[in-house]
Design a binder for this molecule. Structure first.
Ligand SMILES: [Zn+2]
Length: 105
């Protein structure tokens, strides 16, 4: 696997495609629609799907599903737009379902 410069790397659990590094992890306990998730400031090696409006626990957002660029597994979603001003900080962030991601040292 390519070393992308840091000690801990987050990978697709299905195919070991590296998607993020530790310094990009913002939260380990963000509550997603299917359970605990990781929130990242940036991820790579993914494909962003079509935009959709979604009513989440913290309000209405436009989101897009994110998929592993190697195996196509759905990993989570990206916040495209927030409708409530106090939720705008989420825009541009990536949510990955913890069950879909593994950590590699
Ligand atoms: Zn994959």
């Amino acid at each position: 696997m390519a070393n992308i410069g840091e000690s801990a790397t987050y990978i697709c659990r299905n195919c070991q495609n590296p998607i993020a590094v530790r310094s990009e992890l913002l939260s380990k306990n963000y509550l997603g629609k299917t359970g605990p998730t990781y929130m990242f400031s940036h991820v790579r090696n993914i494909i962003v799907g079509p935009k959709q409006d979604r009513n989440l626990i913290t309000g209405l957002y436009t989101i897009a599903g994110i998929f592993c660029s190697n195996c196509g597994e759905e990993l989570g979603w990206k916040y495209i737009q927030a409708y409530e001003a106090r939720q705008k900080y989420n825009v541009g962030r990536f949510i990955n379902e913890r069950a879909k991601i593994a950590k590699e040292y």
